[in-house]
Design a protein around this ligand. Structure first.
Ligand SMILES: [Fe+2]
Length: 340
């Protein structure tokens, strides 16, 4: 076939495949602290839909330090992390840049992204109540955790764990430090056992009759029920029901996994496209399937186990404010002797 015919045929083939007719295949570099198994299906789907190749560097920790050390010659385009605190840390270390995208602004609730456009929440987990299955309880407020009626009945991990300092920081955002100290002391007085272990231990100890209620992350219920953690964990999950607690004057406390565009991103336009892809219905569904997380985008598909908890009404306080209260939260944990 002559050259012109070949070009036309190629163009048709490309458009039939739904791949944009870009001159050369673009490439971007993602630095992430998220586990490869969770992120790879999303990045592969992005490559399939856009033709842009994604190179990934997985870092267990030290993401901000690594990018900062690479300086202006850093090949990083996208920085991904779990926990709003880690995203704020990237901004504080000066390794991110502002992104203005109407797609991101409309898909992601305001309290789950940086007001200055430096980071964006892409998936959520909620700090929920695990309750003994037969307990006569259908609704719960975080404030109730300090109610003396729960004396000797509450299980929770260390107050210093980031999952709990975020919850306590959210309490501070609602009520201030003095009220939070009183509440935390009340929760401490209700503990069935020393604060410690992991989130799944709350379910384990409910099954064992150690406690009636516990505070833990939403996705662990899916992980336990899946059987990936063994038969025992399936039994722990079967012993509990999940209630989505709310603040009396707000909603359920959530944290995020999210991303930012690197300050010296060599491929900013493609990087923004990846972020926008990650809030598409297709990608939000993959997030929800991979780790039993909540999509950030309203109306995106949720795993049936997670959906069975009821409708999630996320708290109104911005994650940036919660992150700012964390140091104070950690000090209160020590002050009331929460872990001792
Ligand atoms: Fe976790």
């Amino acid at each position: 076939m002559n050259r012109l015919a070949y070009t036309i045929t190629a163009a048709i083939a490309v458009s039939l495949a739904g791949i944009p007719t870009i001159a050369a295949a673009a490439e971007i570099n993602v630095y992430t602290t998220r586990e490869p198994a969770l992120i790879e299906p999303l990045l592969q789907a992005f490559t399939k839909s856009t033709g842009t190749k994604v190179n990934t560097i997985f870092l267990k920790d030290g993401l901000a330090e690594r990018v900062a050390a690479e300086g202006a010659s850093s090949p990083a385009d996208i920085l991904m992390a779990v926990d709003a605190g880690n995203l704020v840390d990237l901004v504080d270390k000066g390794v991110t840049q502002k992104v203005e995208s109407p797609v991101l602004a409309s898909a992601i609730p305001q309290q789950l992204r940086d007001a200055d456009g430096h980071w964006f929440g892409l998936s959520m987990r909620a700090r929920v109540l695990y309750a003994a299955k037969d307990l006569d309880l259908t609704a719960f407020n975080y404030e109730d955790l300090s109610d003396p009626k729960w004396k000797g009945k509450v299980c929770i991990r260390s107050g210093q764990h980031p999952y709990n300092t975020a919850l306590i920081a959210d309490y501070i955002a609602h009520y201030g430090a003095a009220e939070t100290e009183k509440w935390l002391g009340g929760v401490r007085a209700n503990l069935a056992r020393k604060a410690g272990g992991g989130d799944r231990d709350a379910a384990k100890d409910i099954l064992g009759g150690v406690c009636d209620i516990g505070i833990a992350n939403s996705y662990y219920v899916g992980l336990m029920k899946s059987g990936k953690g063994g038969e025992d964990q399936v039994k722990w999950a079967e012993a509990i029901k999940v209630i989505l607690p709310t603040f009396k004057n707000g909603g359920t406390q959530v944290n995020i996994s999210g991303a930012a565009v690197a300050k010296h991103s060599p491929n900013k336009a493609e990087a923004v496209k990846l972020l926008e892809y990650l809030v598409s219905d297709e990608a939000q569904k993959i997030y929800a399937e991979a780790n039993y997380e909540y999509p950030v985008k309203a109306g995106a598909a949720i795993d049936p186990i997670i959906a069975s908890f009821g409708e999630l009404k996320i708290d109104s306080k911005p994650l940036s404010e919660i992150v700012g209260n964390r140091k104070q939260a950690s000090e209160l944990v020590d002050k009331v002797g929460f872990d001792s």
